[in-house]
Design a protein around this ligand. Structure first.
Ligand SMILES: NC(=O)c1ccc[n+]([C@@H]2O[C@H](COP(=O)([O-])OP(=O)(O)OC[C@H]3O[C@@H](n4cnc5c(N)ncnc54)[C@H](O)[C@@H]3O)[C@@H](O)[C@H]2O)c1
Ligand SMILES: O=C(O)[C@H](O)COP(=O)(O)O
Length: 600
């Protein structure tokens, strides 16, 4: 294989998209579970959206619920911001077709109709808070729309509200307050119960649950927890024992709920489970109303199984005014205030604004809900391979002759690393993007790549070729093979009958290093002309001068050949697209037997 850098070579620069700069937007969590300050956040980045490079004008962000001022200011630095609160579902569907991003809290239903009404323009939904049960994630994924949330900034606020409700309930604060304001002085009626020494069962030992547990320990309570997915050592570290669900509800004097609302947790507390509880149990819910069967709770209150309940969240919000539960004398209610502190709202506003802006720039948010979350350091390392993967997909599919259906693609990753050290989800998604986008109008990104491939009947199999050697770089090469198709450039067909292209990263720049059975070496920038000819002197000069006459800048040239004076493939990287006339003239060079022009 011969490789020639022409004198016109420009200094190659890595450009994944026009906005591929790093962004200090990754929100980490400090040991006390408070978000780090902005300056302490770690970088995160990854190009995922096709639209990332295409905002000639500012994108538009619709903020559909009240968002902290700091977040709005941040958004305005990058986007046109439309703050329209209290939209009806119909108004939301009408507006959404003009928006690239939507920011909501828990009060807006972002259902399938919203995604369908967006006409493909909506690229990111930002949930300024934790719970994403108001967003149809399946519909978002199918529409290639990234959903991000702000999972840490309101944790402490929610935990504090849980503790506030716990204490207020135990001491009848709300009822006594109403009584005094009504002119009464009922000291005997509002005798409460003490917290110290009582058993609190925390159901859902995640961010909020563990903060509630920590605070309840400080109040002298005995804290147990149930969470099928929590690590026992994390619980032990704060003196909490993880127990089964049945044990938790049977032994608790107080139960505090902190799990997400999912099909599995819906109505977890129901007639059957109330029946297993200690008589006189007290329940706090700052998670989601739907985790309790509210009618069953009324029955449990009336029968005395549940002595009191304190609820911040309801199945339907706001609940109907005549709700028996809300009106119940032994129930304390607040209007979904868990996250509503000045500090938490400022925090979620900044957290979500940064995540949404990052996503609009084509970066992958660390808080992505419907896309793989890959640690920042892994993203940094994989960045050039991500670009290589997409470009190999683009090249491979452009080599397919019209009429051949692309159905089976095999991707081989050659690596010296152990399989556990290489996360190929990003690479597979970008190969899928490269394969699908040049031949369809579908927009593919990390969110919808697997879904889109499946929809199109495209089967992508992956294999790892484990190499000896130093595992310094994550990958040696990536090879993409398309089976059972004809090629418009016959030399791209390997001995085993597939279209085959292979590439590597050299000095941070993706290179095409193999086409069919021919080794080449051309950096994957601009576009590429592949020619097959009989190896002979003067070929590079002939093609180079046709392009030079038209002022087309050649960035790289290389020739791969079977043997001297035998068949050879010449790969020419060009910065500008050559005219049809120049391509025709290249095809007419007598020694050139076939050629193809490929856009990257
Ligand atoms: N009231 C509010 O304003 C407010 C504020 C913040 C969070 N929240 C809600 O609080 C809940 C917890 O938030 P978080 O930030 O701690 O989330 P998180 O994801 O950190 O924790 C949720 C925990 O629930 C656990 N879980 C899942 N299924 C479970 C099950 N069947 N039984 C027991 N545990 C289960 C998970 O393993 C996880 O540890 C969410 O529902 C969130 O929407 C409400
Ligand atoms: O899930 C959450 O973050 C809380 O329920 C807060 O919801 P809110 O943003 O509507 O207050």
């Amino acid at each position: 294989m011969a490789s020639l850098k022409t004198p016109t070579l420009k200094n190659p620069s890595l450009s994944l998209s026009s906005n591929s700069s790093l962004s200090p937007a990754f929100f980490a969590t400090s040991p006390n579970n408070l978000p780090f300050s902005r300056s302490q956040r770690q970088p995160r980045f990854l190009i995922i959206t096709a639209s990332s490079a295409s905002f000639s004008n500012k994108p538009t962000v619709l903020v559909a619920e009240k968002l902290g001022e700091a977040g709005v200011t941040l958004l305005k630095e990058f986007a046109n911001v439309d703050c329209s609160y209290n939209l009806s579902p119909e108004e939301l569907c009408t507006k959404i077709s003009l928006c690239d991003a939507l920011i909501v809290r828990s009060g807006t239903k972002v259902n399938r109709e919203v995604f369908e009404s967006s006409g493909g323009r909506l690229k990111v939904v930002g949930r300024a808070g934790v719970g994403i049960d108001n967003v149809d994630l399946a519909a978002a994924t199918e529409h290639g729309c990234l959903v991000v949330n702000a999972p840490t900034a309101n944790t402490v606020a929610a935990a504090e509200h849980g503790i506030a409700l716990l204490a207020a309930m135990a001491r009848n604060v709300a009822q006594a307050d109403a009584s005094v304001k009504a002119g009464k002085w009922e000291r005997n009626k509002y005798v409460g119960v003490s917290l110290v020494g009582k058993t609190l069962a925390v159901l859902g030992f995640g961010k909020v649950g563990s903060e509630v547990a920590r605070r309840a320990k400080g109040l002298g309570m005995h804290v147990i927890a149930h969470d099928p997915y929590a690590a026992a050592d994390r619980a032990h570290a704060i003196g909490v024992e993880l127990v089964s669900f049945d044990e938790a509800i049977a032994t608790a004097d107080f139960i505090s709920l902190h799990m997400p609302l999912t099909p599995a947790t819906s109505k977890m507390l129901n007639d059957e489970t109330f029946a297993k509880m200690k008589k006189g149990v007290r329940i706090v819910n700052v998670a989601r109303g739907g985790v309790i069967d509210e009618e069953a709770l009324v029955r449990a209150l009336d029968s005395g199984i549940v002595a009191q309940a304190a609820l911040d969240v309801f199945t339907v919000e706001p609940p109907p005014q005549d709700s028996k539960l809300v009106q119940h004398e032994r129930v304390t209610v607040t209007p979904h205030l868990g996250a509503s502190t000045m500090e938490a709202q400022e925090g979620v506003a900044i957290e979500i604004a940064e995540a949404v802006v990052g996503a609009l720039k084509g970066e992958l948010a660390a808080t992505a809900v419907n896309a793989p979350m890959v640690p920042a350091e892994v993203l940094t390392e994989l960045k050039p391979y991500v670009e290589l993967a997409e470009k190999l997909g683009r090249l491979a599919v452009q080599l397919v002759a019209g009429g051949s259906g692309v159905k089976n693609v095999k991707v081989s990753y050659a690596t010296s690393r152990s399989p556990d050290d290489l996360d190929t989800r990003l690479l597979r998604a970008m190969i899928t993007k490269g394969l699908i986008e040049p031949i369809s109008s579908v927009f593919v990104n990390l969110v919808n790549a697997d879904y889109t491939a499946k929809q199109r009947g495209l089967r992508i199999t992956e294999e790892r070729v484990i190499l000896d050697g130093s595992p310094e770089s994550p990958l040696e090469s990536i090879q993409v093979q398309i089976a059972n198709v004809e090629s418009k450039f016959a030399s791209a067909i390997s001995e085993s009958g597939e279209i085959k292209v292979e590439g590597r990263v050299k000095d941070g720049i993706p290179h095409l290093t193999r086409v069919g059975s021919f080794e080449v070496d051309v950096s994957l920038e601009g576009s590429i002309i592949l020619c097959r000819q009989v190896d002979q002197p003067g070929m590079i000069g002939k093609v180079g001068s046709i392009l030079g006459e038209e002022n087309v800048n050649v960035s790289f040239m290389s020739v791969g050949r079977i043997a001297p004076r035998k068949q050879a493939v010449m790969a020419i990287g060009v910065d500008e697209p050559p005219s049809k006339e120049s391509l025709k003239r290249i095809g007419e060079v007598p020694a050139i037997e076939e050629f193809v022009y490929l856009k990257l």
